[in-house]
Design a protein around this ligand. Structure first.
Ligand SMILES: NC(=O)c1ccc[n+]([C@@H]2O[C@H](COP(=O)([O-])OP(=O)(O)OC[C@H]3O[C@@H](n4cnc5c(N)ncnc54)[C@H](O)[C@@H]3O)[C@@H](O)[C@H]2O)c1
Length: 458
């Protein structure tokens, strides 16, 4: 449509030109306006992306070390937005999950083992699988200690047909998915932020795994149909400042000496709540200083071995009143027997679909060795096995949450599932050292020491 009209041709031509000029201006205005709109929309999307990224990838300054940062990142990633990526790879993934969880004995269990790439979790997973139970692992492979050791345990578990799903306790959709795919009869919940001293460095990691993660697991378990029976790891640390000996389940546990202990104690109270409201069957096991092959590098017997072999000096703690620090060191095979005994005697949960149908079982047991050994004696045994004198540096125990003495009374676990520790410290440490030198490379002097003694029968 022309914008102007004229009678003579030359005027018409001029006006045509003018009209076309006006049209161009008009359409370029439209283009300008729409490109401005496009630009603004792009800016908005970019801003939103930056926001989402900032929430999920907090800057380094949020934590004190790069280790912590990685832990933070893992945990942030598993709070929701990106968690669907961890839901696994469709049909093939689900097939692996089902296969690993399927029992191979009549009335066998289907057990979800959390923390399966960890020290206790890997041993328990193999023991359960060997007797014909179905086992599915869950672990976030965090780098609190060398993750390559966790990967090596994972390889070992794969040889026993145990699949470990890589994921976090706080990943609700992932846990729900696992319970949708498998009707787990039991959960052996061992995933946690372990270690007493590290709590002073990275307190949040304890809250995330031991409290928030535990609640998340219970939330999913309560709505699962059937509800599983849950056996989980508390710790001897809950006895805290208790001075009565040996520690019995009836003693005070309301004076934790570390944040680690406080989170385990919180776990025991949380267990009570979910048992009370939802009818979940819950058994807490208070482990006493577990040691053995495939152990944890952050524990004294482990890093003493490393440091003695490397000729480094080791710190040996004394109490403030110059007494020797002693621990009720418990060999891993005894702990595994205790976990299996607790699973075998766990009654079914009584609820379904998040509703309680009747009272359910709620238990707490000590699992220890009943024979405390001073740390000096532990070092003496290691010196013998390693054929090397340790460079000892005796110092007062720093105020870092450690307690001076632990000693378990295990009569309750004996009464209810026949728990009876069978490996003394010398025999257990020999097995540990044998594994250690095999795993990290044989040290000729150690090889001689180990092979000059008969194999322990325990
Ligand atoms: N080893 C001991 O002496 C001892 C003593 C008392 C209690 N415990 C308890 O026993 C359990 C097992 O201890 P362990 O010695 O095998 O420790 P571990 O650190 O070797 O095993 C724990 C595993 O849990 C995983 N994990 C941690 N947080 C997680 C999360 N949020 N989501 C998924 N996986 C997570 C870790 O990657 C690790 O592989 C822990 O609950 C620990 O507190 C151990």
């Amino acid at each position: 449509m022309p914008l102007y009209t004229a009678a003579d041709t030359s005027k018409t031509v001029k006006l045509e030109r003018y009209n076309s000029y006006l049209r161009k201006i008009h359409s370029s205005k439209i283009i300008n306006a729409s490109s401005k709109l496009l630009f603004r929309a792009t800016l908005l999307v970019a801003l939103l992306l930056v926001l989402v990224f900032a929430v999920n990838y907090p800057p380094l300054s949020f934590s004190s070390s790069s280790d912590n940062h990685r832990l933070h990142r893992r945990s942030f990633l598993s709070t929701g937005i990106f968690s669907s990526s961890s839901l696994g790879g469709g049909a093939a993934w689900e097939k692996r999950v089902r296969l690993s969880s399927a029992p191979r004995r009549p009335n066998g269990f289907s057990v979800l083992v959390t923390g399966a790439a960890g020290f206790v979790g890997s041993h328990c997973s193999i023991a359960l699988k060997k007797r014909g139970d179905g086992v599915l692992g869950l672990d976030n492979f965090n780098d609190y200690y060398d993750p390559s050791l966790k990967r090596a345990r994972q390889n070992l578990l794969e040889k026993h047909q145990v699949f470990i799903v890589e994921g976090d306790l706080n990943d609700g959709p992932l846990l729900t998915k696992l319970f949708d795919v498998v009707p787990f009869t039991h959960v052996l919940h061992l995933a946690a932020q372990a270690g007493v001293r590290y709590a002073m460095k990275n307190p949040q990691s304890y809250v995330r795994s031991n409290i928030a993660g535990f609640v998340n697991l219970l939330e999913v378990a309560k709505t699962a149909n059937p509800q599983p029976a849950i056996v989980w790891a508390s710790a001897s640390s809950v006895y805290g400042l208790n001075t009565e000996n040996p520690f019995s389940e009836e003693h005070r546990t309301d004076q934790p000496a570390s944040l680690y202990a406080a989170t385990k104690k919180a776990g025991e109270e949380i267990a009570h709540t979910y048992n009370h409201i939802y009818g979940l069957s819950l058994t807490g096991l208070r482990f006493f200083t577990v040691y053995g092959p495939w152990g944890r590098p952050d524990m004294a017997y482990f890093f003493f071995t490393k440091d003695i072999l490397q000729g480094k000096s080791i710190d040996i703690y004394q109490t403030q009143d110059d007494k020797e620090v002693a621990r009720d060191f418990t060999y891993i095979d005894d702990i595994v027997k205790g976990c299996v005994g607790a699973l075998d005697t766990a009654e079914k949960s009584t609820g379904s679909g998040g509703k309680k149908k009747g009272p359910a079982q709620l238990r707490v047991y000590n699992l220890g060795n009943t024979s405390p050994v001073p740390v000096g004696k532990l070092v003496g045994i290691l010196e013998g096995l390693l054929g090397t004198k340790a460079k000892k540096h005796v110092i007062k125990m720093p105020r870092n949450g450690d307690v001076p003495y632990t000693h378990a009374n295990v009569s309750l676990a004996y009464r209810d599932f026949g728990y009876k520790p069978a490996t003394d410290l010398a025999a257990g440490l020999r097995k540990f050292v044998k594994w250690y030198v095999g795993y990290y490379g044989i040290h000729p002097r150690v090889k001689r020491e180990i092979s000059s003694r008969p194999e322990d029968s325990a």
